[in-house]
Design a protein around this ligand. Structure first.
Ligand SMILES: [Zn+2]
Length: 233
């Protein structure tokens, strides 16, 4: 709603301020006579804090309003309080900014990491073809091209070398060709596919660091392991 006399409130405010100034000047020059004795600072501080809900019938307030000693102290406490409040507001605003910046910086990373963790739980399917590897059995493994697998959960399908027998196989990822340091292993029965034998195992390679390893297959009945160079990336 539009005000009928828009100038009134500011004019009244100015008049009030002027009257207060006049009164203050009279108090400071000792023209007023306060009633009673000066209240202590704790009362003045309380008054500064609760200036909006004071009991005007309290005689001490009447004293403060007319005392050349108490009035400046009340003004001082009010200024102190206002400065303190402003400092708090600034500190809070600063803290809010820091939290906001931290959130903007870290939340995307965190959610991405969560997403990565979630996706690393899902096994990826990989196929390793060793069909022709049998012909290299006499060679040094290093001469063969390394197989490559990711450091994740892998649903690994192995096409076994030609002439491999059907049956149960142990598949392992090892650090060396002695097979003493097994990093991940699984057993499975071979599945005939056409004239080939395949095995399908789930290997958890998530904790294995990128580097050179060996993939070994051991036929249960022969207990002889074959090692194939493997690179985890
Ligand atoms: Zn006083």
């Amino acid at each position: 709603m539009k005000k009928l006399f828009p100038w009134t409130s500011s004019a009244e405010g100015r008049l009030e301020a002027w009257l207060a100034k006049q009164h203050e000047a009279r108090v400071y020059s000792g023209e007023t006579t306060p009633v009673g004795s000066c209240p202590d600072d704790s009362f003045l501080r309380e008054l500064a804090r609760k200036s909006k809900s004071i009991d005007l019938l309290d005689q001490r307030i009447d004293h403060v309003a007319n005392c050349a000693k108490c009035l400046p102290r009340l003004t001082l406490f009010r200024t102190e309080l206002r400065t303190q409040q402003r400092r708090w507001q600034l500190a809070l605003a600063g803290a809010a900014c820091v939290i906001l910046i931290a959130a903007l910086l870290f939340v995307p990373q965190w959610s991405q990491r969560r997403h990565e963790n979630a996706s690393s739980n899902v096994a990826v399917s990989k196929t390793v073809d060793l069909w022709n590897a049998g012909t290299y059995r006499g060679q040094q493994p290093a001469a063969r091209k390394a197989l490559v697998l990711p450091a994740r959960k892998v649903r690994l399908t192995i096409i076994l070398p030609e002439f491999s027998q059907s049956g149960r196989y142990l598949v392992a990822v090892t650090r060396d060709q002695a097979g003493t340091d097994i990093l991940s292993e699984a057993m499975a029965n071979s599945i005939p596919r056409g004239n080939q034998q395949t095995i399908s195992v789930l290997l958890d390679l998530r904790t294995i660091k990128a580097g050179k390893y060996f993939l070994s297959t051991t036929y249960e009945k022969a207990q002889a392991a074959y090692y194939y160079p493997l690179r985890i990336k």
